[in-house]
Design a protein around this ligand. Structure first.
Ligand SMILES: [Zn+2]
Length: 231
């Protein structure tokens, strides 16, 4: 019989090898898939033909951060599958719920397709569950987008926005680029009336029995709340 700690180690190892295999497989697939834009600039160019009304100006390191701008990669640019159904939110979101994908980060576009497939085929969701996802380099990826009810926190979806950081933040610290992108995305969300000005920022574990969004990311939420108040 295995002890509990041995079982935990075995589970962690299996998860790690699953992620590793997924990343290796996706990276080799990507080389063959000419439909996947080869770079972020390609992604942003592809966004010009999208109908998503986000501000797509990027940020160059070293320049002052423009709180009214964040690079958003729209669904078409990451080859999202059409949702089966969409439910519009009745009013601006009262809560923003932070998640992590808990997957070892590799290539964003491949991983987004993997997450959408997992959510739609294995969990039976109508679409990728999150409203937005943020990668380590500070790019924001449109999931369900603004004003659409997500599937990320049971019983809280109807009045919240779900934002997932890509990676496993039990193992690593979130990058400053991703945290800055979150603050700008939320600022824009309030400006455009998608989120209430007095919204509450919580981690998934605050509303459900889960480790999500990981220890390191969760520990930063009080600081992020302070920064939001001082914006
Ligand atoms: Zn979560």
């Amino acid at each position: 019989m295995l002890s509990n700690s041995a079982k935990l180690l075995l589970l962690l190892f299996l998860q790690w090898t699953h992620d590793l295999n997924f990343c290796t497989r996706q990276e080799s697939t990507r080389k063959l898939n000419i439909l996947v834009p080869p770079s972020h600039s390609g992604l942003l160019n592809a966004c010009k033909s999208c109908t998503f009304a986000g501000n797509m100006n990027g940020h160059t390191p070293g320049e002052p951060v423009d709180m009214n701008a964040v690079a958003v990669v729209c669904r078409r640019a990451w080859n999202a599958v059409e949702p089966r159904d969409r439910t519009e939110m009745k009013s601006p979101a009262q809560t923003v719920i932070i998640h992590h994908t808990a997957l070892r980060y590799c290539d964003s576009v491949s991983q987004l397709a993997h997450i959408q497939h997992m959510h739609m085929q294995e969990r039976g969701f109508d679409d990728i569950g999150y409203n937005f996802l943020i990668s380590g380099d500070g790019m924001v990826y449109e999931g369900r987008g603004w004003g659409i009810v997500g599937a990320h926190a049971k019983e809280h979806n109807f009045n919240s926005v779900g934002i997932a950081f890509m990676g496993n933040f039990n193992d690593e610290m979130p990058s400053s680029a991703s945290l800055s992108a979150l603050l700008r995305l939320l600022h824009i969300g309030v400006l455009h009336g998608h989120i209430r000005p007095n919204f509450v920022l919580v981690g998934h574990r605050d509303v459900a029995k889960t480790e999500c969004p990981g220890e390191y990311l969760y520990a930063l939420l009080p600081k992020l709340r302070d920064q939001l108040q001082n914006q």
